[in-house]
Design a protein around this ligand. Sequence first.
Ligand code: ZN
Length: 120
Amino acid sequence: MAVRFRMTEIRRLYPLLKGLDLTWKETGEGLPEGGKTETISLLEANLVGRLPCANPECSKGGFELTDALKGPLDAQAEEVQFSVACPGYLGHVRSEEAQRRCGNRVDATAGFLWGEPRKG
Ligand SMILES: [Zn+2]
């Protein structure tokens, strides 16, 4: 199981990280035909670790980022592409409808900018 961190900790955990831009395209319910593409700076955004799911019927959904980003961060990668499916469900928890999974998904590209290690 991957170790998760809060995105708000990212500067402390990776002090050499100078920039982290995420472009993601979410497709599914609650979105225009063909999906919606957005770009954010994860160092500026105050995300706890998940992108919100756009599906208005979705409960407990969202797109976990840290699982996909931790490996590339540890390796000081320059870019990584990944896809995340929403783990949320539709309907009420106790109803049979809870079995219906939210089908929204995100295809993302993250670009990392690394500074030089400090000498001495
Ligand atoms: Zn969802």
